[in-house]
Design a binder for this molecule. Structure first.
Ligand SMILES: Nc1nc2c(c(=O)[nH]1)N[C@H]1C(S)=C(S)[C@@H](COP(=O)(O)OP(=O)(O)OC[C@H]3O[C@@H](n4cnc5c(=O)[nH]c(N)nc54)[C@H](O)[C@@H]3O)O[C@H]1N2
Ligand SMILES: Nc1nc2c(c(=O)[nH]1)N[C@H]1C(S)=C(S)[C@@H](COP(=O)(O)OP(=O)(O)OC[C@H]3O[C@@H](n4cnc5c(=O)[nH]c(N)nc54)[C@H](O)[C@@H]3O)O[C@H]1N2
Ligand code: SF4
Ligand SMILES: [Mo]
Length: 905
């Protein structure tokens, strides 16, 4: 057994991972105790990393026009078709769409190829949907896209404000760090600002459940309040900033009395004043913000309003102080560094930075390869797909993202993709919604195979190391692009043999003419020239380090702007005038509910990786719609019922979850489900594409929808053996279906029929399932049916229950039966009954999973609570739940509270 240090490929916390490799396979992972992001901790997704690996479902051969082929043919086809499009329709007819899940080296090569040598400005990335507003706000305020803070600031703060961030679920290890900090420092206060009560509220001293989209009003109000109460840091403002007057004047265009702000944000006045008072009276304040701010039609201004308050109070550049935009993807920051956004050129140089175009041209020029950089910025993500729809962009290469799922107005995006004459997709798995539109499919290597670097939310560059070889013919993204570049005649500029060479070039560019005296556009903040000299050995051994890394700062730089000097021409930070705006997607009588979309604890984006670990499918198994019980009553839907949401672009089908923490008038749906996992549960089908004017980021958090119950005749749960699940005939005729991978089988939730109608189940089973029923138990009185099919050898092949899934047993036992060679060999009555019941009478049925790490179910926990375990610690001691990554602790607490309340009443 051998252990290698690498970095987690999920969220922007960027945890260090120790991977154990045995016989060419990753057999286990633990947290890297030496990594400064996590010091040994991992969350449940990180802990399950090795369970998501394996060759099944992986793309292993290139495909051209639907046929598998070899690399030579595929690379030649890519090069020829790109060249032909360029020749016939011009450089701007070619586009690329990248992702914050590419490594920095992949990203650098892509940026250089598209902008530098294909000469198209149209290269954008899914960071447009994610961090673009924060990037734009940083540039306006600081003169560069620099995140001032580091993780240790959360530990050194007196007040931490979480705005539009569900840290507990989406950056769990950082949340754990904050929780420990709070335990160790009873004076540390936490405020959560989110329309929805989330698990992050577990550690909140104050919760502000504001009206969706009213954050700018809250923070411009705070600025005015600070001014009125004499809480501005006049000395800091005078020495290090400009623009206070304009920012204050804009804030004061609205009524700045507390009552007026509280009314506009729909908040309790006292709570609002408490927050204002806490913010204004502490120096060491960190405001951590994420998608509740960024994914808005005025996200840049919202981030700007937050930054204004920090600048006005001098709460920046100090330990425990600063506005902290937390990144989502593992390498969102790396993509910003190389310049992967369509408005960027390279290495923190934009088109409008004087001299930048010429400088990058000179840097990329080699003997035999002359770059042809575009004149100005290209289309941002949403506009890019509109240009494809109009036929202006005719060739698109997508890498490591799924625009058919994650972009708003998803149906129009799909129509554009269908129309686009050339779609090239680099992807790791065989089946995604996007691949249907691909003319050329290129199999890419994945985490555990790839080798390079990523930069996390605190600007820390870490190595992601190749642990095992890619399966089949899958290749690294940088290698694929380099080979295409060669075939296009740009070989001399793409002569890389190893990612270390790409990284060294990237580091050199960051320092190239990066000097206040030498260049017209001043010194650039992003400078890692201190790493430009790394040879392969030192690159391989690179320890995590925070940029800037220069000759003057060889150990890296944890905190930016400590000297009060910013990256603007005069060194002063800018406060910007912000006029608050509400969501652009308007509510109406036809669509009266506000749609909020976001993430769940155990899934990652379109589930191509997390759904491979069965235990991660347990926390939330089906697409859902969360809403307040009062709204449910008003709209005629009940808990666990299936319902339909209708929005601007289409419908969404999911199961109702009643939640008292949900604001009235608002529904929350997860962003994760694609057509691969459910019939119609893509939340982006519901959203219109309203964009922030500065960043081009879509308003993914504020849709407008109607809700109605799905009126159905029947519901059923079907389990089928894994090897049968590829041809899901059983979905036909279902109004709703949802697919839930288990360990050895797949679970399908099915629903359909007119009210009062049922199916002829026997005929259906005989028609759609490959094995005839061996067991059949039909209860005509209750309308419940259970059946199972075993093959001739006695192997369980399918299991069916007709009835609401609430009646399902925990499916662990049944899943195991699918792994048995011959479970039905001796089908005595007991065995028969157990199989039909779907559980072993002897084994307690655990119920839906709460603790994913230790596989502890709801029923066991409830029993323990009723038995007297009235604290998280007591539950942990008895059942081990909540003792590993801690993500389920808020849920455990809620269960204890609820049970205690029930007992008391
Ligand atoms: N488990 C898991 N973790 C992830 C990911 C994942 O897919 N799964 N993805 C990663 C990525 S790429 C990203 S970008 C991050 C995102 O991390 P977060 O930003 O924390 O994630 P979201 O759930 O999208 O949204 C955060 C919160 O914004 C709130 N919100 C909605 N509208 C408003 C509003 O008007 N004002 C305020 N103040 N809040 C609002 C939502 O209710 C939600 O709780 O997560 C990363 N981590
Ligand atoms: N409504 C709504 N929409 C949203 C959001 C929201 O909150 N609400 N959030 C937005 C945000 S913040 C984000 S970041 C996006 C995320 O959305 P996407 O980026 O579209 O989602 P992923 O599932 O991460 O897509 C990554 C794809 O790349 C593949 N892949 C993984 N690793 C590699 C690799 O190394 N190379 C290659 N070539 N392929 C790889 C995966 O199998 C997967 O298919 O969604 C955005 N869309
Ligand atoms: S917190 Fe983020 S980076 Fe850390 S283990 Fe979890 S998903 Fe991976
Ligand atoms: Mo993201």
């Amino acid at each position: 057994m051998q252990a290698t240090r690498t970095t987690c490929p999920y969220c922007g916390v960027g945890c260090g991972v120790r991977a154990e490799i045995d016989d060419g396979q990753v057999v286990g992972v633990t947290g890297d105790e030496g990594h400064p992001a996590n010091f040994g901790r991992l969350c449940v997704k990180g802990t399950a990393l090795h369970e998501t690996l394996g060759d099944h479902g992986r793309l292993v051969r290139p495909r051209v026009d639907g046929r598998e082929t070899d690399w030579e043919t595929a690379l030649a086809a890519v090069a020829e078709r790109l060249a032909a499009t360029r020749r016939e329709y011009g450089k701007a007819a070619v586009a690329g769409y990248l992702s914050g899940q590419l490594l920095t080296e992949d990203y650098y090569v892509a940026n250089k190829l598209f902008k530098g040598f294909l000469g198209t400005p149209h290269l954008d990335t899914n960071s447009r949907l994610c961090m673009a507003s924060a990037v734009a706000a940083h540039k306006r305020a600081f003169g560069a896209d620099g995140v001032p803070c580091c993780y240790a600031d959360l530990e050194e703060a007196e007040l931490v404000v979480l705005v539009g961030s569900n840290l507990a679920w989406n950056h769990p290890v950082l949340y754990q760090r904050l929780k420990v900090a709070k335990r160790d420092n009873p004076l540390l206060r936490v405020v959560v600002i989110d329309p929805r009560v989330t698990d992050s509220c577990e550690i909140a001293d104050l919760y502000l459940g504001l009206a969706p989209g009213s954050d700018a009003r809250l923070f411009t109000g705070l600025l005015a309040w600070m001014a009125d109460e004499g809480k501005l840091d006049d000395i800091y403002l005078e020495r290090h900033t400009q623009g206070l007057e304009g920012a204050l004047a804009a804030a004061r265009e609205e009524d700045c009395r507390l009552e007026a702000i509280a009314a506009d944000c729909d908040l309790d006045g006292e709570r609002l004043e408490t927050f204002f008072y806490w913010f204004a009276s502490h120096l060491h304040v960190v405001t951590l913000f994420s998608q509740g701010i960024n994914q808005s039609s005025s996200g840049t201004d919202k981030a700007g309003a937050i930054i204004n308050c920090h600048l006005a109070g001098g709460k920046i550049g100090l330990p425990g102080a600063g506005p902290f935009s937390i990144t989502g993807q593992p390498n969102a920051m790396g993509g910003r560094e190389v310049g992967g956004l369509a408005n960027q050129l390279a290495a923190h140089m934009d088109y409008d930075s004087p001299g930048a175009r010429d400088r990058v041209t000179r840097f990329w020029a080699t003997e035999g390869a002359l770059p042809e950089l575009p004149e100005g910025p290209g289309h941002k993500a949403v506009a890019l797909f509109e240009a494809i729809e109009r036929g202006e962009v005719r060739a698109l290469w997508v890498m490591a993202t799924n625009p058919a799922v994650s972009l708003p107005k998803a149906e129009r995006v799909r129509a554009a993709l269908a129309k686009c004459p050339l779609v090239i997709v680099s992807e790791c798995v065989t089946d995604t919604d996007l691949l249907r539109y691909a003319d050329i499919v290129l199999p890419a290597s994945s985490w555990s195979e790839k080798d390079g670097t990523v930069t996390n939310s605190e600007r820390c560059i870490s190595r992601q190391r190749g642990l095992v070889p890619p399966p089949g013919e899958a290749r690294h993204d940088w290698w694929i692009m380099t080979e295409v570049a060669r075939r296009l005649g740009f070989g001399a500029a793409f002569d890389y043999a190893h990612p270390s060479e790409i990284f060294a070039e990237h580091a050199r560019l960051s320092g190239f003419e990066n000097d206040a005296d030498l260049s017209q556009d001043g010194a650039r903040l992003f400078d890692i020239s201190g790493l430009a000299g790394l040879d392969r050995g030192r690159y391989d051994a690179l320890a995590p380090i925070q940029w800037p890394v220069t000759a003057a700062t060889p150990q890296g730089t944890p905190r930016l702007f400590a000297d009060g000097c910013f990256a603007t021409p005069d060194g002063r930070a800018c406060l910007v005038p912000v006029r608050s705006q509400l969501p652009a997607q308007a509510l109406s009588a036809a669509r009266p509910l506000r749609l909020n979309t976001g993430r769940i604890r155990d899934q990652w984006h379109t589930m191509t990786r997390t759904a491979r670990a069965p235990r991660l499918m347990n926390h939330r198994s089906e697409p859902f719609i969360e809403l307040h019980p009062d709204d449910a009553l008003a709209h005629g839907v009940t808990d666990r019922q299936l319902a339909r949401l209708s929005g601007a672009g289409g419908d969404y089908l999911g199961r109702i979850r009643l939640a008292r923490g949900q604001r009235r008038g608002e529904v929350f749906v997860p962003m994760h489900w694609s057509d691969r996992f459910s019939k119609q549960a893509r939340c982006n089908g519901l959203l219109a594409a309203h964009l922030d004017p500065h960043s081009g980021q879509p308003e993914s958090k504020h849709g407008a929808v109607a809700i109605a119950p799905l009126t159905l005749g029947w519901e059923a749960t079907l389990l089928v053996a894994d090897d049968l699940a590829d041809e899901p005939w059983w979905c036909e005729g279902a109004i709703y279906w949802s697919r839930i991978p288990l360990g050895h089988a797949e679970r399908w939730q099915l629903a359909g029929g007119e009210p009062g109608q049922t199916r002829d189940w026997l005929a259906w089973v005989q028609r759609v399932l490959p094995v005839a029923p061996s067991l059949w138990c039909d209860d005509p009185t209750g309308g419940r049916l259970r059946a199972a099919g075993l093959d001739e050898a006695g192997r369980l092949r399918w299991w069916l229950m007709v009835g609401p899934p609430a009646e399902l047993p925990g499916l662990g036992w049944l899943d195991e039966r699918f792994a048995e060679a011959a479970c039905g060999d001796a089908l005595d009555t007991v065995r028969r009954r157990r199989l039909l019941a779907g559980c072993d009478d002897g084994a307690a049925d655990a119920g839906p999973l709460v603790c994913s790490c230790h596989q502890v179910g709801q029923r066991c926990i409830l029993e323990a609570i009723r038995g007297g375990d009235r604290s998280v610690e007591a539950l942990g001691a008895r059942l081990a739940c909540g003792t590993q990554c801690g993500s389920c602790v808020p849920e455990l607490k809620a269960m204890i509270e609820e049970e205690t309340a029930i007992c008391a009443s």
